[in-house]
Design a protein around this ligand. Structure first.
Ligand SMILES: NC(=O)c1ccc[n+]([C@@H]2O[C@H](COP(=O)([O-])OP(=O)(O)OC[C@H]3O[C@@H](n4cnc5c(N)ncnc54)[C@H](OP(=O)(O)O)[C@@H]3O)[C@@H](O)[C@H]2O)c1
Length: 264
């Protein structure tokens, strides 16, 4: 399918994980993708080479989403190198995984700078470029921590909740300009950040999530990227202001407590 021929996309955090999978999906449909990365230039260049072989193309773009000047420079570069923008995927995230009682002000500032103000101000830039092309699609990558509690995810969950609400507000404001805004939310995919978060408990965590998921399997980065790709397509042309849960229906499960206390 070459339905994204002539389209330009910018995906943050596309040097690895879910962002890289999304870049592959969009490029295989013909898009030229600006591959956002923070430090791993070589990895981003490798993704760019791979995208050429898939029928699209790629250009590495360095930025720290939480840094206003770097973000503005990156959008200037996207405009100069791609010549326009039709799709923006806000995928990059970083946080300190700590209990809320151990959180310091700089942890909150950094997490919110990337996920909340980074999203808001990037969408302002993306929308201005999309408007010149008569519309576009924006997808924010969210997480289960904003709908259910997860250990050491308090600050990131709060930031993702704010980002999801901003996405709905943007869907409202940008709809008249032909720009759709949606979120994809998921629980787990095997990526560097999941392994960092779970450490030695990674395999046990995988088994727990699988056990609790009605589909009895785990999402891959490609499953999440398929949902992102769908929301960027004309097939989702009337979908805006939504969060698509890619969770195997785990949100519906409430595991029964093993040991219930007596009623009286
Ligand atoms: N993995 C999961 O189980 C899971 C579950 C729910 C939600 N999510 C969400 O899914 C998204 C992708 O996660 P992932 O697991 O695929 O991540 P990942 O594999 O750890 O990759 C992180 C990517 O983000 C980039 N990045 C990190 N900090 C950045 C910053 N400040 N500015 C710009 N780029 C930055 C990294 O660039 P460099 O390579 O250059 O460092 C890298 O490309 C995130 O929003 C995450 O919260 C993940």
């Amino acid at each position: 399918m070459r339905d994204l021929d002539g389209r330009f996309a910018f995906i943050t955090g596309a040097s690895r994980g879910v962002g890289r999978s999304a870049a592959r999906k969009l490029a295989s449909r013909g898009a030229i993708v600006a591959i956002g990365y923070r430090r791993e230039r070589e990895a981003a260049e490798e993704v760019a080479r791979e995208l050429e072989t898939l029928g699209g193309g790629g250009v590495p773009i360095q930025l720290d989403v939480g840094d206003g000047e770097a973000r503005d420079r990156a959008f200037d570069e996207v405009e100069a190198k791609l010549g326009g923008l039709d799709i923006y995927v806000a995928n990059a995230a970083a946080t300190a995984f700590k209990p809320l009682l151990d959180i310091k002000p700089h942890h909150v500032e950094k997490t919110f700078a990337i996920t909340v103000s980074g999203f808001l101000f990037a969408v302002q830039r993306a929308a201005a470029l999309m408007e010149k092309r008569g519309g576009g699609a924006i997808v924010a990558v969210s997480g289960y921590d904003c709908v259910r509690t997860l250990p050491r995810h308090g600050v990131l969950g709060a930031a993702k909740a704010a980002m999801e609400m901003l996405a709905r507000q943007f869907a409202f404001e940008l709809g008249p300009r032909g720009i759709r805004v949606n979120c994809v939310n998921f629980v787990y995919a095997d990526t560097d950040s999941t392994r960092f978060y779970a450490g030695e408990g990674h395999d046990r965590m995988r088994e727990d999530v699988k056990e609790l998921t009605p589909l009895r399997s785990l999402a891959t980065a490609d499953d999440v990227a398929d949902a992102i790709s769908y929301l960027c397509s004309s097939g989702a042309g009337f979908v805006s202001g939504q969060t698509l849960m890619v969770d195997g229906a785990i949100l519906l499960t409430a595991p029964a407590p093993q040991h219930l206390p007596p009623i009286d």
